[in-house]
Design a protein around this ligand. Structure first.
Ligand code: ADE
Ligand code: ZN
Length: 338
């Protein structure tokens, strides 16, 4: 399907919010090489071409193995600053004016890199993004679900020292066999501490994982959630309660959640009336930032201009910013449309 220039223009000109972005997943191969050399960390690639060839995934786990290996090059506060700053520049390029980024503290603390090093680097880059470009942001820390709930409790404990910098907690990593129910108590504690709650659910795991995230973890947003399509009752509930789903099309294709863009169900979810938004997940690994996600979908699915506008407005509506800022951003979208 040839995508009309008009659609590409619309995608580019609309200010957008991104709600599902792993900062470690924005590590471009060029920066990976630079940091590997600087920090004397060995990586299993001889050149950038070799890296690109390795990014040939068959499911979530084949990606995660490579993603965690890549994160090993991140050691100092400046490394986390540079990583985040490169993503900020992509936000500028993609007209992302508000972003809520995930980081995985356990990926770094397990290697002896302190929680403080990680969060300070990220936070300083985001402060500069606000100052230089007016980009607003929040930070969400994710528990690695392949580790224990006890390890998540220890991470939550550490995070309390940086509570004012972290708006919420999430749940990511290997979904299959690590259901939300494994983390019920730690999410309860995070809620009591005042954190917003999100969880990856229904990416590879079936729709029962989405029910668990809603009913046991009391999450505010579902990350991915595309498997909801397999339960009519769940679809009805997600629609009634307008629970946001942060969908990541390029990721879903790269990790073979859907074989092709034509088979992606975002149009069906949207037409049913669910609150879905478009996000880039791990853009350095999945060939493209947020605009490319929109463009790839439009090339293969009959998304209308109205659909694009709804997806973009949903991104602001579902964000964790206060209502005044939400209204201001929604007004900016309307202004861009005039
Ligand atoms: N960590 C980074 N990207 C992820 C994804 N798509 N699913 C689960 N965990 C992740
Ligand atoms: Zn994700």
């Amino acid at each position: 399907m040839a995508i009309k220039n008009m659609m590409i223009d619309l995608i580019k000109k609309l200010p957008k919010a991104e709600l599902h972005l792993h900062i470690e997943g924005s590590l471009e191969p060029e920066l990976m090489f630079r940091l590997a050399k600087k920090n004397n960390v060995s990586i299993p690639y001889k050149d950038i071409e070799d890296v690109r060839k390795a990014y040939n995934f068959t499911n979530l786990q084949t990606f995660l193995d490579i993603y965690y290996a890549g994160a090993n090059v991140l050691i100092t506060k400046d490394d986390f600053y540079d990583l985040t700053w490169e993503y900020v520049l992509k936000c500028v390029e993609n007209n992302v004016v508000h972003t809520e980024i995930f980081f995985d503290p356990q990926t770094h603390t397990a290697r002896g890199v302190s929680f403080e090093t990680v969060i300070t680097g990220i936070k300083e880059a985001l402060a500069d993004a606000k100052q230089k470009y007016g980009i607003t942001s929040c930070i969400i820390m994710c528990f690695l679900r392949h580790l224990s709930q006890q390890a998540a409790f220890a991470t939550l404990e550490e995070a309390l020292r940086f509570k004012e910098d972290i708006i919420g907690v999430g749940l990511d990593s290997s979904e299959l066999d690590n259901p939300p129910s494994k983390f019920t108590e730690v999410f309860k504690k995070a809620k009591d501490e005042g954190f917003k709650l999100v969880a990856h659910a229904g990416e590879e795991g079936d729709f029962s994982y989405i029910y668990e995230a809603l009913d046991l973890l009391a999450i505010n947003r579902i990350d991915h959630g595309v498997q909801s399509i397999n339960s009519a009752a769940l679809m009805q509930r997600l629609k009634e309660e307008q629970i946001p789903l942060t969908v990541c099309p390029n990721s879903n294709i790269a990790l073979k959640v859907f074989e092709t863009y034509q088979q992606h169900n975002i149009k069906a979810l949207l037409d049913y009336g669910l609150n879905v938004s478009i996000n880039s997940d791990d853009p350095a690994y999945f060939k493209g930032y947020i605009n490319q996600n929109f463009i790839n979908l439009c090339e293969h699915l009959p998304l209308t201009q109205k659909d694009i506008i709804t997806l973009v407005k949903n991104s602001f509506r579902s964000s964790f910013i206060d209502n005044d800022l939400k209204e201001a951003y929604l007004a900016k979208v309307d202004l861009a449309l005039q």
